[in-house]
Design a protein around this ligand. Structure first.
Ligand code: SF4
Ligand code: MG
Length: 327
C-alpha cells in the first residue's frame, strides 16, 4: 500500500545546523524550529505515509528519517521516548481520537499523568495554561467533546498535542473537516503557537490554499515522489511543475468559495504499478515523447525551486543544464 513512497526513499544527506527533522526522498525535506514545511498531494500520494514515517508508525524500506540528526528507526526505547516527547500529531478528525465520556480538562490532565510530564499538584494549573494557549474558554474545561464544535474539538486536540512540550507537530489535514471561516481561525492559532513556542510543523494537506496561508516551504508529492519543492513564496508566485500548476489553478484562495471543478484532470494511477518515465505523464498537458520513457532528474529552476520535469534544463539524464553567462 505504501510501496510508492518506500520505493522512492533513498539514503540521505547531512544534517543542517539547527534542523529538527529531515525526511527522505530524491529531494531532502527538512523542518527547522519555528518553520512550517507544507506537504501537498492527492489521496494516495504518500503524504500521510510521510507523517507516519516521522512518527515511526511506518518504517522506511530504505533511507532515513532523522530527528535532530538521529535516525528515528534506530535507537529503540530511547528513541521511542524521544519521539513521544518531541513529536506530536494533530489529525483531521479530533472526534475519533477524543474520548466522548471524558471532559476536556480531564483528558488533558490524563495526558499529563500518563506521560509523567507534570506532577499531580501542578496539573490543574498546566491544564488551564494549555486551554488558554489554544484560546479555549477556561469555563469549558468541564465540557465533553460532543458539546463542542469542530473548531473547538480541534483546539482541544492541539492542546493535548502541546501538553508534553513537543518541538515538532505533524499536522495531517488538521483543518480539512472545518468550515472555511473556522479553518482561518485554526490556522491563525497554529501560526501564533509557532511564534510563541518556536514549534516546527510538518503540515500535510491536499489543499494548496491552506499552505499558501501557513507554509514557509512546500513539497509537492505525486505518487510518493517530491516533484517540486521550494520556498513557499517562489512556488506560489511561479509554480514550476505542471502538477503544481494544475493544483494551484484548482485551489481557491482561503475564504473564497471552493471551485467545483475537479482538482487535476484524470485519476491518480495505482501506486503499485506507476506509469513509466515521468509518472505524471498520463495526466500532463505538456507531456512530450521523452516523458513516457525517461524518469526526470531533479533540477533547480531560475526561481529556486527543485523540480523533476523534462521541461527544465538539467532534468533529462545525459543532457547538461545551459551554462549561465557570468553576470
Ligand atoms: Fe509533464 Fe513531462 Fe514534466 Fe512529467 S516530465 S510533468 S510529463 S512535461
Ligand atoms: Mg510559519
Amino acid at each position: 500500500k505504501h510501496y510508492a513512497l518506500q520505493r522512492s526513499t533513498r539514503a540521505w544527506l547531512r544534517r543542517e545546523p539547527g534542523e529538527v527533522l529531515r525526511a527522505v526522498d530524491d529531494v531532502s525535506l527538512a523542518v527547522l524550529p519555528g518553520r512550517t514545511l507544507g506537504v501537498v498531494g492527492e489521496t494516495g500520494s504518500g503524504k500521510s505515509t510521510l507523517g507516519r514515517l516521522v512518527l515511526r508508525l511506518e518504517r522506511p524500506s530504505a533511507g532515513q528519517v532523522l530527528l535532530d540528526g538521529q535516525d528515528v528507526a534506530s535507537g529503540g526505547g530511547a528513541m521511542s521516548h524521544r519521539l513521544r516527547r518531541d513529536v506530536q500529531v494533530v489529525l483531521q478528525d479530533p472526534y475519533t481520537s477524543l474520548n466522548p465520556h471524558e471532559t476536556v480538562g480531564g483528558a488533558l490532565a490524563e495526558v499529563l499523568k500518563v506521560t509523567g510530564s507534570v506532577p499531580a499538584a501542578g496539573r490543574p494549573a498546566r491544564v488551564a495554561e494549555l486551554l488558554d494557549q489554544v484560546g479555549f474558554p477556561s469555563g469549558w474545561a468541564g465540557r465533553k467533546p460532543g458539546q463542542l464544535s469542530g473548531g473547538g474539538r480541534q483546539r482541544v486536540s492541539i492542546a493535548r498535542a502541546l501538553a508534553v512540550g513537543p518541538r515538532l507537530l505533524v499536522a495531517d489535514e488538521p483543518v480539512s473537516a472545518l468550515d472555511v471561516s473556522v479553518q482561518a481561525q485554526v490556522l491563525n492559532l497554529f501560526q501564533r503557537l509557532q511564534s510563541e513556542l518556536g514549534l516546527a510543523y510538518l503540515f500535510i494537506t491536499h489543499d494548496l490554499a491552506v499552505l499558501e496561508r501557513i507554509a514557509d516551504d512546500v513539497a509537492v508529492l505525486y505518487l510518493g515522489k517530491v516533484v517540486e519543492q521550494g520556498p513557499a513564496e517562489a512556488l506560489f508566485a511561479s509554480p514550476a511543475h505542471p502538477y503544481t500548476q494544475a493544483l494551484l489553478a484548482a485551489a481557491p484562495k482561503l475564504g473564497r468559495r471552493r471551485s467545483t471543478t475537479s482538482a487535476v484532470a484524470g485519476e491518480l494511477p495505482n501506486p503499485i504499478t506507476p506509469p513509466s518515465g515521468c509518472t505524471f505523464h498520463p495526466r500532463c498537458p505538456a507531456a512530450m515523447a521523452v516523458c513516457r520513457e525517461v524518469v526526470p532528474l531533479t533540477t533547480t529552476t531560475a526561481t529556486g525551486q527543485r523540480v523533476a520535469c523534462h521541461l527544465y534544463p538539467g532534468s533529462t539524464p545525459g543532457t547538461e543544464p545551459p551554462v549561465r553567462p557570468p553576470s
